[in-house]
Design a protein around this ligand. Structure first.
Ligand code: ADP
Ligand code: MG
Length: 594
């Protein structure tokens, strides 16, 4: 066969192969167009899982009558003009291929009333042919109506699942976008039944309401609101405290400059921040927004733009890790105590504070969440008061009670009962002590650095040439981790020393993991993690066991120690260490005051 240019329809259908995987991808493209058009109200109507019909209606700027046909043709966009603009693009779209791709595999009608025009115009496409435009009644904004998706591409149609499955993909896509744009109202209907109705949510309370609608009240109740800005980046959003972890990585939303993305580097940075506080094999839940100069991130990597490329990936990774790690370290007891003092609402996500600030806010159960409360981070608090964790609250009589209250008694040798101004606090003595011991051991360990000890029998291992070169070039990095190794051939290494605490560990696996970390992330926390795991086991064995009688003084000493300890809200295995029953909750139990 000789070479020939492909007909336009086929070119568009090939592009559709990438951009339009299923009905949900059509919704994603159409809603992104509405957002780019400045819409504040987006209505999505779905029939039969989107297989029969998808309709997206918005109140955006609209399209000029003379541009309607252009909107349906390939590589036509109103969003970028030059390479320079492409590199700093802020709109969701810019490739000019969504509408022509969708139109090539469906019956599409595009209707638009442009902001400056006094009537609306409509154009239809039946896969191949585009109709002439005709006037039509329509309020300001645009409606895109897509019917019979894949009617002319039977192979694609075969991949469609049941109506229910396709609709659940659509819901996921809409949820993702609604979580990114609190300034836009969304409605979603399936077979004329309303599934979602989300009003504009500007205030923090309204945002949290939307959040609890989309992610569940439980997520919100256990979430910390964070906000931190440094090194030209800003991270904000909600992170569920480790005790609300998931068996799957299904509640992880991450946005870069408003765009939902999935990124290995990002999830690694986040996972690492949770590493020390999460039950093994559990996944953290979060909704995070990263903002930075658009020039620092390349969004033109993937046709559906689910992936991005950071110009300074290592910086991003470390910024995420540090910010989250610090936020999670906050002992919750101190926050609870400050919550009852009240405070100011935090700044909305969209306005960027000028200086470097961190705000950590624990989202309270709904009745309290009505009144947003700001917390100072441990960092800020440390600057302001010499003994921040002992933030004390005054009880009715004006005496002060520490955050975890004053011990009353021990229950069955397992729990400490303690009283504060709000009611009763129950503390799992072993779990609490375990965390205290563990954190203390980590601090002690950090002070002395990683000591290395030669192996009696050096371990020889085969690696790839690339890894061998890396190992050779990263002598210092390995030295800092207490590992000493030499390259002995093109593709072989010998490990001579390892950290004292890791005697008996699987050396080969450890070195391999460190090498692959160095390849991907430029640094490795493996050794630290392995050592932490060992310290955690030691802490567990070194902590008070159940059925040990404690005196009231000993109990109070443990409570005070917990208040001072980072991450003391959960033990080393991610289990909670304490909980609270307020007087209000007790009153409810006894039907008092009804
Ligand atoms: P892109 O979004 O990459 O520019 P599309 O094929 O998705 O490409 O859309 C082509 C053009 O049609 C857009 O650049 C925009 O000018 C216009 N357009 C599409 N949808 C809308 C809408 N809902 N409101 C206003 N203009 C729209
Ligand atoms: Mg688009």
């Amino acid at each position: 066969m000789r070479i020939h240019a492909l007909p336009t329809l086929l070119v568009n259908q090939i592009a559709a192969g990438e951009v339009v995987e299923r009905p949900a991808s059509v919704i994603k493209e159409l809603v992104e167009n509405s957002l780019d058009a400045g819409a504040t109200q987006i209505e999505i109507d779905i029939e039969q899982g989107g297989i029969k019909q998808i309709r997206v209606r918005d109140n955006g700027r609209g399209i000029h009558k003379d541009d309607l046909a252009l909107a349906l043709s390939r590589h036509a966009t109103s969003k970028v003009n030059s390479l320079d603009e492409l590199e700093r693009v802020q709109s969701m779209g810019f490739r000019g291929e969504a509408l022509p791709s969708i139109a090539s595999v469906s019956h599409l009608r595009l209707t638009s009333h442009e902001i400056d025009s006094d009537c609306a115009w409509s154009i239809t496409s039946n896969g191949d042919e585009v109709s002439a435009i005709e006037p039509i009644a329509h309020p300001q904004g645009s409606t895109i109506d897509v019917r019979d998706l894949f009617f002319n591409t039977p192979a694609r149609r075969k991949f469609l699942r049941t109506e229910k499955t396709e609709f659940s993909h659509i819901e996921t896509v809409v949820r993702r976008m609604a979580l990114a744009r609190f300034d836009v109202a969304f409605t979603l209907k399936h077979n004329r039944r309303e599934v979602l109705a989300l009003p504009v949510a500007e205030a923090q309370v309204d945002r949290e309401r939307r959040l609890s609608k989309l992610l569940g009240a439980q997520f919100l109740e256990s979430a910390i609101y964070i906000q931190h800005e440094a090194v030209g980046m800003r991270l904000s959003g909600w992170v569920a405290r480790p005790i609300f972890s998931r068996s799957q990585a299904d509640m992880q939303y991450f946005y870069v400059n408003g765009r939902h993305i999935r990124d290995r580097l990002v999830s690694h940075g986040v996972r690492q921040a949770f590493q020390d506080v999460l039950y093994h094999g559990r996944h953290p839940a979060y909704l995070l927004y990263l903002e930075m100069d658009p020039v620092m991130v390349d969004v033109n990597v993937h046709p559906t733009k689910h992936e991005v490329r950071f110009r300074e990936s290592r910086l991003v990774h470390d910024f995420l890790f540090r910010t989250l790690h610090k936020s999670l370290a906050e002992p919750a007891a101190a926050d609870r105590a400050m919550a009852s003092e009240g405070g100011q609402s935090t700044a909305p996500i969209t306005d960027i504070p000028s200086s470097t600030t961190t705000v950590v806010q624990h989202t309270m159960p709904l009745r309290v969440a009505e009144r947003p409360v700001a917390y100072r981070s441990s960092m800020q608090m440390q600057m302001q008061s010499p003994s921040p964790m002992q933030a004390e609250q005054a009880d009715a009589a004006g005496r002060t009670t520490p955050p975890l209250g004053l011990a009353l008694a021990q229950l069955h040798g397992i729990y400490i009962l303690s009283q504060d101004a709000d009611g009763l606090i129950l503390v799992d003595m072993h779990a609490g002590h375990e965390r205290v011991t563990y954190e203390r051991m980590k601090v002690a360990f950090e002070g002395e650095g990683i000591r290395s000890q030669p192996l009696l029998v050096p371990v020889r291992m085969q690696v790839s040439r690339r890894e061998a070169e890396l190992a050779e070039g990263c002598d210092e990095a390995f030295g800092g981790l207490g590992l000493e190794l030499d390259r002995t051939g093109d593709e072989s290494l010998v490990v001579r020393s390892i950290p004292v605490h890791l005697q008996g560990a699987d050396v080969e696996r450890l070195v391999r993991d460190v090498l692959s970390d160095l390849v991907i992330y430029g640094s490795s926390k493996r050794v630290r993690q392995e050592i932490n795991a060992i310290l955690a086991t030691m802490a567990c064995h070194g902590s008070v066991r159940a059925n040990r009688r404690l005196t009231i003084d000993e109990m109070n000493a443990l409570l005070r120690e917990m208040e001072r300890t980072e991450r003391s809200e959960q033990c080393n295995h991610g289990r909670p260490t304490w909980t609270r029953l307020t007087m209000a909750e007790l009153d409810k139990l006894f039907l008092r005051g009804r």
